[in-house]
Design a protein around this ligand. Structure first.
Ligand SMILES: Nc1ncnc2c1ncn2[C@@H]1O[C@H](COP(=O)(O)OP(=O)(O)OP(=O)(O)O)[C@@H](O)[C@H]1O
Length: 355
């Protein structure tokens, strides 16, 4: 009997909360475990009423308990934590980071801010695919979509319908293809809503993302910045001065000017520009030639002006664009696509120790 009880505990210890990504046993979510006459009765406590992960947790508890030899029937009773229990949980999760900006200078998390001089150069598409590529390597990855005026990361990662779950003071971010994502788009009533905030409000929002979103330990944090040199770029520079900046540009030589400017703003806030990524480079044709739709040289030009390496040149790609529209990142759906391959190589390059 004692053996069976410890077998049950061991099995239940494998059940992970899909949002918090920790064993539910460690989160105080297993309330009671009883066993009599082949029947296991498990009481679980969810964090909030209507917890989106409820069905999955209940199913996983049922499966885990049912897998123990000797258990013929499983009953799962679901309740909700009291306010005091929930507060204790959020305090435990937040730990020392309570109300402070996570990922301070002491953080082991590597932070990359992806910026560009102007809009539409593919910055968000690259950020989303990079995140997925890094997560597919087994790293713990989070993305803060700080592109408040042109938020597109949730759509690119297939989580545009999802909202963060609020547990006390914490927000649990939705997870798309293994990447924890928070975006201003998740707080607006609908996709057609425009954001027209001034600097202080933008600063508060970014700060809130960095303090109240429960990312847990991350290996990599990516920030998708709005194009240009505006308030958000400066706020991120102040809040995360140790972030490493990657500048995205097109091959158009005229684009190098504005790309250089966004890199220079990052430097002014103390951030380090680690390189340039050229996107929308030549489109390979069926006859083997390459159509240089946006010209050539913009990436190398911007890199030379900023005195940093050109980290990648990503070709124009139908599969990349389609994957963005359907929310299926091309690095997973078509890793052999030349643009996907270039992003996968970029992910590998970013993992090399910072110099
Ligand atoms: N290499 C590429 N080949 C083909 N299409 C691309 C490529 N990169 C990006 N795109 C497409 O270009 C459009 C703009 O991309 P994206 O939204 O990522 O740009 P952005 O720089 O983040 O823009 P903004 O900052 O204005 O939101 C999207 O439709 C995207 O699918």
């Amino acid at each position: 009997m004692t053996d069976l009880r410890s077998e049950l505990d061991r099995a239940l210890a494998t059940v992970i909360d899909p949002e918090i990504r920790r064993p539910i046993a460690d989160l105080g979510m297993i309330d009671s475990v009883e066993f009599a006459d082949g029947r296991a009765t498990i009481g679980i406590k969810l964090t909030i009423v209507g917890c989106p992960a409820a069905d999955r947790i209940e199913r996983d508890v049922r499966e885990a308990a049912g897998s123990v030899p000797g258990v013929e029937e499983v009953e799962v009773n679901v309740a909700v934590m009291s306010v005091a229990e929930r507060t204790a949980l959020t305090e435990r999760l937040q730990g020392a980071r309570r109300r402070e900006v996570q990922f301070g200078p002491e953080t082991p998390t590597r932070i990359f801010a992806i910026t560009s001089g102007k809009g539409g150069v593919g910055k968000s598409t690259i950020t989303a695919n990079l995140g997925v590529a890094l997560a597919a390597k087994g790293l713990k990855v989070g993305i803060v979509d700080a592109d408040v005026f042109g938020f597109s990361i949730p759509g690119l990662l297939g989580v545009s319908e999802e909202k963060p779950t609020r547990v006390g003071e914490l927000m649990l971010p939705p997870i798309g293809f293994g990447v924890k994502v928070i975006s201003i788009g998740m707080f607006l009533p609908g996709p057609a809503t425009a954001v027209s905030w001034r600097g202080p409000m933008l600063h508060r929002t970014i700060k809130q993302f960095l303090s109240e979103v429960y990312f847990d330990e991350l290996d990599i944090l990516l920030l998708d910045l709005p194009p240009g040199t505006g308030d958000v770029a400066i706020s991120v520079g102040q809040l995360l001065p140790h972030a490493q900046v990657v500048v995205v540009t097109t091959p158009q030589t005229a684009a190098a000017d504005v790309a250089e400017r966004s890199g220079l703003v990052a430097r002014k806030t103390g951030q380090r520009v680690i390189g340039v990524v050229e996107n929308m480079a030549g489109l390979p044709q069926a006859d083997g030639t390459v159509l240089e739709l946006f010209g050539t040289g913009g990436g190398a030009d911007a890199a030379a002006r900023l005195d940093v390496p050109l980290l990648a040149s990503i070709p124009l790609s139908l599969a990349l664009r389609e994957g963005g529209d359907t929310g299926e990142p091309v690095v997973l759906s078509h890793p052999e696509d030349p643009a996907a391959a270039a992003i996968l190589a970029l992910a590998q390059r970013l993992l090399q120790p910072a110099r």
